[in-house]
Design a protein around this ligand. Structure first.
Ligand code: TMP
Length: 483
């Protein structure tokens, strides 16, 4: 069975039908519509029903199921008892409550479409220091109208080179390596490193994404990665020398399931490379807008080391990168591996324990509310002076920022984004319409609120290069400033 939607075509595998889909993901009848189902199709269409049941169980296990005549809001309220650590099961305490937002990558087709908001609360584990979301949404809530697309960016290409150089220099990959990437998306990173290694393989649950990757010559299995997937990969392709996962390890409420697959797949010589936003950067740079429902964990070296140790693994190296506001690359092996532990691990761990103190967390919370107050006042002042404001970047973090501060289409006329599939849509809750960079160039604002601040230099350069020397940029972190 095939369904065409816009330029994308979704196919159901023979053992999984649309009827199965609806049975497995019962949606409140008044809200169900074909467009509501579309994103599920994007994510799940080739995934076998066995996996669907399993994934659904994992992510909902800690949430009570909605009962008849009960709204999703009630359902989420009922699930508020998840205050134990998803890594070590110890008690957690409140870190920051950002109120309620719809899933941050849910872009709307029309401004008046209703979207449910869900609590965005982070807690910290009293024992292992893990920072996690209190409420982890299931895939149905998270991926309805999901529109994340990796942008093409010079900043990202430079980062791939930096990461590849690090992996090669430290012998984590070589000419003979077989590299598996979990959450490989359209295969950008694998395509980049392919000439440097013997074999690459991706695994990603989104059918349309896998198709695009395969079309460009990056073999991609369409599935979620867990123990069962690892068994199939080992049978068909053998053991990878390196497993890489970039900015998606924290998107799973159950990291133990991923590590069960990893430890089954790699041997004593194999490495696991996890790239993720780094908690220390988030806290020190007041990047509270990194908090959204997809990001279920905010990993530190301490919490990652603890998680790995529960699976007989440990860190052997670390790499810091400025990408996405400050990321960390964790390199891990089995504890039985002969890989030497780089002195970098100890060095960064020491620095982290000195920096991630109770007062640093308290400052982070205080500064978050300060940013809210300052931005809200600044925008009100600019509007009083008849200034025109757009946001730049239809990003997930931008939606956390806008919804936390309470900015909407009443204050912000447009959001500018280079991604064609986002243009014409509306940001969740704030209802701001997305326009292209070309449209913004024809009718520039007085101020851009830089919601893609991780591409600050690239975006400002681009705007100036096309002849706009008048618009100013409001940068929200680490504190509100104007460029
Ligand atoms: P991300 O930070 O989640 O990767 O999203 C960045 C967004 O910013 C993405 O939707 C594309 C957009 N963007 C532009 O509109 N122009 C640009 O020059 C760059 C680099 C990104």
């Amino acid at each position: 069975m095939c369904i065409s939607f816009s330029s994308l075509t979704f196919s159901f595998s023979s053992n999984f039908s649309a009827v199965d889909y609806l049975r497995l993901f019962p949606i409140d009848p008044p809200e169900f519509s074909f467009s509501g189902a579309r994103a599920h199709l994007i994510v799940y269409s080739f995934v076998k029903s066995r996996k669907m049941i399993q994934i659904n169980t994992v992510s909902q296990s800690k949430l009570s199921q909605p009962k008849k005549n009960q709204s999703k809001k009630d359902w989420m309220q009922k699930s508020s008892s998840q205050m134990t650590c998803r890594i070590c099961s110890s008690d957690t305490s409140l870190l920051l409550d950002l109120g309620a937002s719809p899933p941050a990558n849910s872009l709307k087709e029309s401004a008046d479409k209703f979207q449910e908001s869900y609590s965005l609360v982070t807690d910290i584990c009293d024992k292992c220091g893990n920072v996690q979301l209190r409420y982890c949404l299931n895939e149905e809530a998270l991926y309805t109208d999901y529109f994340y697309v990796t942008p093409s960016s010079t900043t990202l290409s430079k980062h791939y080179q930096y990461l590849q150089d690090f992996l090669k220099k430290n012998d984590f990959i070589s000419r003979n390596s077989f590299v598996l990437e979990i959450g490989s998306n359209v295969g950008n990173f694998l395509d980049f490193i392919k000439p440097q290694v013997a074999q690459v393989l991706g695994i990603d649950p989104a059918a349309n994404i896998c198709q695009l990757a395969s079309q460009r010559g990056i073999k991609t299995i369409c599935d979620f990665f867990d123990y069962q997937a690892s068994v199939k990969i080992k049978e068909e392709f053998g053991r990878p020398n390196a497993i890489v996962t970039r900015h998606c390890f924290a998107h799973n409420a159950n990291p133990h399931a991923i590590l069960d697959g990893v430890t089954n797949l790699i041997d004593e010589t194999g490495v696991l490379v996890i790239e993720n936003a780094y908690l220390l950067n988030t806290i020190k740079n007041n990047e509270f807008d990194q908090i959204y429902h997809e990001h279920m964990f905010y990993y530190s070296i301490r919490s990652m080391q603890h998680l790995l140790s529960l699976h007989g693994m440990h860190l052997v190296d670390l790499l810091m990168s400025p990408i996405h506001g400050g990321s960390i690359v964790f390199v891990a092996t089995k504890k039985s591996s002969a890989h030497a532990i780089s002195p970098t691990v100890h060095k960064y761990m020491e620095a982290e324990s000195l920096a991630l103190t109770p007062s640093a967390y308290a400052d982070f919370v205080e500064n978050t509310f300060e940013i809210k107050k300052t931005l809200s006042t600044l925008v009100a002042d600019l509007i009083a002076k008849d200034k025109k404001i757009y946001t730049y970047g239809a990003t997930a973090k931008g939606n956390t920022l806008l919804n936390f501060v309470g900015l909407t289409s009443h204050e912000i006329q447009y959001c500018v984004d280079s991604t064609a599939s986002k243009q014409g849509r509306y940001l969740p809750k704030s209802n701001i319409q997305i326009i292209s960079e070309e449209e913004a160039q024809q009718n520039p604002p007085d101020y851009f609120l830089l919601t893609a601040w991780n591409y600050k230099d690239e975006i400002i350069r681009k705007v100036r290069q096309v002849g706009n020397h008048t618009s100013k940029f409001i940068v929200p972190v680490p504190s509100i400033h104007i460029l």
